[in-house]
Ligand binder design. Sequence first.
Ligand code: MG
Length: 370
Amino acid sequence: MNRRDLFRAAAVAVAPAVAGPAVAGAGDTGFETEIVRLKLRHTWTTVMSSSEYRDVLYARYTRDGVTGHGEGAPIVRYKEDAKAAQAALESVRPLVLSSDPWEFEKLMARVFHDVPGANAAKAALDIALMDWAGQKLGVPLYRWFGLDPQDAPVTTFSIGIDNPAVTRDKVREAAPYAVLKIKVGLDTDEATIAAVRSVTDKPLRVDANEGWTNKETALRKIEWLAKQGVEFVEQPMPADRLDDIRWIHQRTPLPLIADESVLHPADIPRLQGVFDGINVKLDKCGGIMEAYREIQIAKALGMKTMLGCMISSSCTVTAAAHLSPLVDYADLDGNLLIANDPWRGVIVEHGRLVLPDRPGLGLMAANEHE
Ligand code: MG
């Protein structure tokens, strides 16, 4: 089965857009978008939602005999879905087909200017273009950015919200991972952490996903979490409650990391003094280049950096992993939570991210051998 067939086999909601006529002078340029349904290993529950599958958008960009692959996971929190994401990318088809892919910075600037929102769609295009360019140059993306793959950090493995018995089972299954990220934000938080602690003494990181709505309660929970071996807390309160989060920040023993409070580079300066760091996700900001900008701005402001992901295949997770030597923390496990990953890219060994050294993203079809 070749890569293209594999894509098709993995897609249940296939809506391939017809590769439109290439604009004169664009050679054999092709651009396809496709909605792919990723099946989850476990029902995935956070404060925001519960689901058995996720629909993501794939983008394929072909030129001069090379195909770049990209993926974006639309985020419900920002009112994105796969169909709207596909429509957003289709709206820029003439621009994509007529642009010089070596000038992807200019192309993506136009896309960011012309298309409001649709960050997952932008990420799918940006990743496909960078995969294409990396393959054409014959270099892995981490090398393009001048990074040492040995600096890639340990990744957390995420444990969604569940009852204590299932939580204990999930923690046991996560034995290969050195650090766990625990989803909290409900009134079952203490029971969840107690269940985790009954089976492991690993370091924990905690994500409240905006779930705590009272600052005093949030502070009390964080003080309790600090005694449970928790390293930091992600997004304790709703994204726009920055005054309350600053109040917590002035009192809390644990670092606070912004996730829902930061989408784009321009959001970062106002978070100084409110959070200690930011969680950068390609699907949230719109791709590799935008994520790179966020990481550099946060570093320049003296803030910690983290790379996170949505539930995605190895395509987006590997794209993010190529930037991971730059960051303090990685939470790049979205591909490990799905049962039908069409790709093989970054892998985890002894809890640490191991980047592929093939050109571009370095993806292989899941059943392909080197
Ligand atoms: Mg988060």
